[in-house]
Design a protein around this ligand. Structure first.
Ligand SMILES: NC(=O)c1ccc[n+]([C@@H]2O[C@H](COP(=O)([O-])OP(=O)(O)OC[C@H]3O[C@@H](n4cnc5c(N)ncnc54)[C@H](OP(=O)(O)O)[C@@H]3O)[C@@H](O)[C@H]2O)c1
Length: 258
């Protein structure tokens, strides 16, 4: 039976790039996100590259949808690569008490559905010759993020979960990789109301293609944590040597606006 790659958040940004890279390698694809039309357009593009593509729209803010997605995706298919890429955030002071809907969606998509898909994928992959899970975390996972507190917390969770499960699976046929991008040129900032955030003025965002390519290549060799770009490596390293309180104050400045 041919093997398939399941990519969440495949309607935009990094997800589209992962799908194009996988198709370039001749891999069959299952694409998911909420935007069916965008998925169908991408599927048509990729089918012309002679790979099979299935589209399964799903709203991963509803945990039951993660189960339905997995059950439909594995109906007659073996999935040996899962890219847990769907995610969202929101720039909002937590303490103002607004924005609960978006925070809840972030928690559900970034953490709950990602965890559920991993939980379902690992035993499935253990019955295959090899399996690979690429979880898209963020450099945000290395620091608390005042004004984007929930998003940073969800990405810290993804990072911690990925590392822990990767260790459980050491020496097995399944690897887990956490990709931790910094600012990347996608729709993410608009969706997260990040216009004017100081951090984004520090440099040009990396291209989604470069970030996806690096994550894909490193996941192939089973690397546990991938931080693309020198500046992002610095952001990921500094919290390890700086006092936590200081790190959080600096992050508050960086995540402030104007
Ligand atoms: N861009 C950055 O600077 C950056 C940096 C670090 C990490 N990341 C992470 O990279 C990943 C991809 O983000 P991106 O930058 O490519 O952002 P994006 O362009 O906004 O794409 C986000 C994707 O997630 C999907 N999604 C959002 N809510 C969903 C829901 N409820 N159910 C199912 N799918 C949902 C979207 O599809 P629909 O709207 O069609 O559902 C879209 O395909 C995310 O996990 C993000 O946290 C991004």
């Amino acid at each position: 039976m041919a093997s398939w790659t399941l990519i969440t958040g495949a309607s935009e940004g990094l997800g589209v790039e992962f799908a194009r890279i996988a198709a370039r390698e001749g891999r069959n694809l299952i694409l998911t996100a909420r935007s069916k039309d965008k998925l169908e357009t991408l599927a048509a593009e990729l089918r012309s590259a002679s790979v099979d593509v299935a589209v399964i729209p799903a709203d991963l803010s509803d945990l039951a949808e993660a189960d339905r997605l997995w059950s439909e995706a594995t109906d007659g298919r073996e999935i040996d690569v899962l890219v847990n890429n769907a995610g969202l955030g929101g720039h909002d002071a937590f303490a103002l008490g607004q924005g609960w809907e978006r925070e809840l969606a972030s928690i559900n998509v970034n953490m709950l559905s990602l965890t559920r898909l991993m939980k379902l994928a690992i035993p499935h992959m253990q019955n295959l010759p090899k399996g690979r899970i690429l979880n898209v975390a963020s450099v945000a996972g290395f620091t608390p993020g005042p004004n984007m507190a929930v998003y940073h917390a969800t990405k810290a969770y993804v990072l911690s979960l990925s590392e822990a499960v990767a260790e459980e699976l050491r020496g097995s046929n399944v690897t887990i990789t956490a990709l931790c991008p910094g600012a990347t040129a996608t729709q993410f900032f608009d969706a997260a109301d990040m216009d004017g955030v100081r951090l984004l003025k520090l440099g040009k965002p990396m291209s989604a293609h470069t970030v996806a390519e690096l994550g894909w290549l490193e996941a192939r060799v089973g690397k546990r944590i991938v931080v693309p770009g020198l500046m992002n490596k610095v952001f990921a390293f500094l919290p390890r040597i700086s006092p936590r309180g200081l790190t959080t104050r600096i992050a508050a400045q960086a995540m402030g606006k104007h």
